[in-house]
Design a protein around this ligand. Structure first.
Ligand code: ADP
Ligand code: MG
Length: 340
């Protein structure tokens, strides 16, 4: 911790609240959580440890005027959990480094924002049995909320799902639906008040579901050869998978499981949301053609979207087959929403 004396008092009170709220009994893999200089993890013998960190920066990853604090907290944790899901890992613990603008802890409004931010983390963490086991709290050098989440997970040694394991002939699948997060965001940016978002509708942008159960099943049932989570958009993330595995892909536009929220968009924009929207946090994975991949895993639909082939200098890295029979090259075009 660092900062002015009054900010320090606010931070100490906040840490006490966090400790109180997240004090979880020691578990088999977490021997010690919040409260000491370090947390202590005890991974089971024969496991390997996976680590991922993700920034959640105000005005880049969320906006205080657009995102409910709960959604900002949820998305912060969801990003890290989704990375673990993509490797087939089981979460062991989360760590959060948080920098808050000094005035935030001095006003009731600011304090309730922070409390709701932690509500968002807490409910997703409980859902996936991921204890918040530590972190750091500091006064932000600017009027901006900055959060860095670290997720630690485990998997049977040597079995984590990598981007590099796909082979020519493998079939490509995605979980759930694509483009929903982009469609919701488009709708939000088009309306002046966030309260206009109907609560009866799904909120794939505010509250994405990291696909941990699917990732774990893919690993334990030995279904997938490679996997990646769709954080930047299918076009960009499939490019990563193809480059890592040294293969090329052909995908079918008509086969893409387009999210129901995109129904409000013109057809070309709906397809664009599914291909390039990003932040859906679904999984993209490959499996050998002879592997029988179920239509649902852990209650989540699984859709075949294309196939992988040997690299060829005459073919693009990704070919997109359109419903009208045309084929075009698909270039990585995932985008960041709040670039300044
Ligand atoms: P130290 O100065 O030894 O790093 P701190 O006063 O920063 O200790 O933190 C005390 C305890 O509270 C530690 O266990 C730390 O991991 C935890 N902690 C501090 N900030 C956070 C946070 N934002 N989220 C979760 N745990 C936190
Ligand atoms: Mg510290």
């Amino acid at each position: 911790m660092a900062g002015t004396r009054s900010a320090k008092i606010g931070e100490l009170a906040l840490i006490e609240q966090i400790r109180h709220r997240f004090s979880s009994p020691a578990s088999r893999s977490l021997a010690l959580g919040i409260g000491d200089d370090c947390a202590i993890l005890r991974p089971s013998p024969g496991s390997e440890i996976l680590v991922t960190t993700d920034f959640t920066l105000e005005n880049r990853h969320f906006r205080r005027d657009l995102h409910p604090a709960q959604a900002a907290g949820h998305r912060c944790l969801a990003r890290g959990l989704s990375d673990l899901a993509a490797m087939g890992a089981t979460p062991l613990a989360a760590f959060l480094s948080l920098a808050l603008p000094g005035p935030m802890l001095k006003t009731a409004h600011g304090r309730s924002w922070v409390a709701e931010f932690f509500d968002g983390i807490d409910s997703l963490a409980r859902q996936h049995r991921t204890p918040l086991a530590g972190g750091d709290t500091s006064e932000s050098p600017a009027d901006l909320i900055l959060a860095d989440i670290i997720l630690i997970g485990s998997a049977p040694a040597g079995r984590s799902l990598r981007r590099s394991g796909a082979r020519p002939g493998d079939v490509l699948y995605v979980t759930g639906a694509l483009g929903g997060a982009h469609a919701e965001l488009t709708q939000l940016l088009g309306t002046s008040r966030r309260s206009r978002a109907k609560s009866s509708e799904p909120h794939p942008h505010f509250f994405p579901h990291p696909r941990l159960e699917v990732g774990s099943a893919l690993l334990h049932r030995r279904l997938a050869t490679a996997a990646i989570d769709l954080s930047d958009g299918l076009s960009t993330d499939l490019t990563h998978l193809c480059e890592s595995s040294r293969v090329r892909a052909e995908i079918d536009a008509a086969a893409l499981p387009v999210h129901s929220l995109t129904a409000k968009l013109p057809a070309d924009q709906a397809l664009n949301a599914a291909l390039n929207g990003g932040e859906d946090y679904e999984l993209l994975f490959s499996a050998p053609a002879k592997t029988r991949v179920p239509a649902r895993i852990a209650g989540v639909s699984i859709t075949r979207i294309g196939q992988l082939y040997s690299r060829s200098s005459r073919k693009p890295l990704i070919t997109l087959h359109h419903a009208d029979g045309n084929a075009t090259e698909l270039k990585p075009a995932g985008w960041e929403h709040f670039t300044s």
